[in-house]
Design a protein around this ligand. Structure first.
Ligand code: APR
Length: 312
């Protein structure tokens, strides 16, 4: 059987760490692409040299061109500039729209059957840009945001309760970070509703910390943004697709009639399998949750409106 092929565009912190997680899981052969000369080649070689120690089989190459990316099954887009302290995701919009549009066009020309996973921020707009430029069916374009937000939320819940992270099962919806819609009634720990395990105040504080989880890391690092958890989240999505696991994950997926979104990519629970987004799952929202979700969608709409101008 042919091994899966994964192209990762942007060999910075998120991209290179994606390569690391993907290689460790033996998800397939990996091509790391970046504009900086030598850097993707160096990181790819270094990671390949780790393979005898860790015992994973993967061909890992780094490049500044797209020839080697041909016929990829998955293309992960992380290229762009990262958020600096005090900078909002929206301020990244113009630069990253241009970068994501350029790399998408180059990648899809050589991998017309790939599933695109977009990671670059502001995510909800960048996934729209990749979709427009690629002209791929909407099930083959998906954004990574929800898996990370849910991971942060779950990690804080487990730490608060003092239990294994493996027992936390949670769902969040809407836009990335500041815009996410918490759904405590869909959060359980070993099947026990989380609301029975901690006070509403503690849970609210955890939701708020997850919401601003990206900024918390930026403020600590000072010279860049989070990458371990974002890349782990991205590779979990890639794994579900490559291995057709059909996991249900919160992803930025195209919603038209779903939730009445009207043609935008927003964070919703999806089944991820070989075809990409196999299905968007519509869960019941109460009035307050729906209000928050609609708010989040209107922010996505605004962002996309601005990105459209930069797309020309
Ligand atoms: N083509 C290829 N690579 C590019 C291009 C381009 N046109 N423009 C920039 N890059 C590369 C940069 O050279 C850099 O190596 O993208 C990489 C980005 O890496 P980092 O600056 O380390 O940023 P990182 O922390 O990896 O974040 C990448 O993911 O989570 C999001 O907000 C984050 O949008 C940011 C993205």
């Amino acid at each position: 059987m042919r091994r899966a092929k994964i192209t990762i565009i942007g060999a910075g912190n998120v991209g290179a760490t994606c390569a690391h997680w993907a290689a460790a899981k033996e998800l397939g052969d990996i091509v790391l692409v970046d504009i900086v000369e030598g850097m993707p080649q160096g990181k790819a070689l270094d990671l390949y040299e780790a393979s005898p120690v860790e015992g994973f089989d993967a061909r890992i190459i780094g490049t500044n061109s797209y020839e080697e990316t041909a016929d990829s099954d998955i293309v992960i887009i992380t290229s762009g500039i990262a958020r600096k302290p005090g900078m909002s995701r929206d301020q990244l919009l113009e630069t990253n729209t241009k970068i994501v549009a350029e790399v998408t066009a180059k990648a899809v020309a050589r991998s017309p059957n790939a599933v695109l996973i977009v990671v670059s921020n502001p995510l909800d707009a960048m996934v729209y840009v990749a979709s427009k430029v690629s002209k791929f069916p909407s099930n083959r374009v998906v954004g990574q945001a929800g898996v990370l937000d849910v991971a942060r939320y779950a990690a804080f819940i487990a730490a608060e309760i003092g239990c294994s992270v493996k027992d936390v099962s949670a769902l969040l919806m809407g836009g990335h970070g500041d815009d996410m819609v918490p759904l405590p009634r869909y959060t359980a720990v070993a099947g026990i509703p989380v609301t029975q395990l901690m006070s509403r105040d503690r849970l609210d504080a955890i939701v708020q910390r997850a919401r601003t989880g990206g900024a918390e890391i930026v403020n600590l690092l000072k010279t860049g943004s989070a990458y371990y958890a974002p890349s782990a989240a991205t590779v979990a999505m890639a794994e579900s697709i490559i291995r057709d696991q059909r996991r249900i994950m919160a992803c930025a997926a195209y919603c038209d009639r779903e939730y009445g979104v009207g043609g935008y990519f927003v964070g919703v629970p999806c089944v991820l399998g070989r075809g990409g987004v196999e299905r968007v799952i519509e869960v019941e929202l109460d009035a307050a949750e729906r209000d928050m979700f609609n708010n989040s969608v209107s922010h996505v709409r605004e962002l996309v409106g601005v990105a459209q101008k930069f797309l020309g």
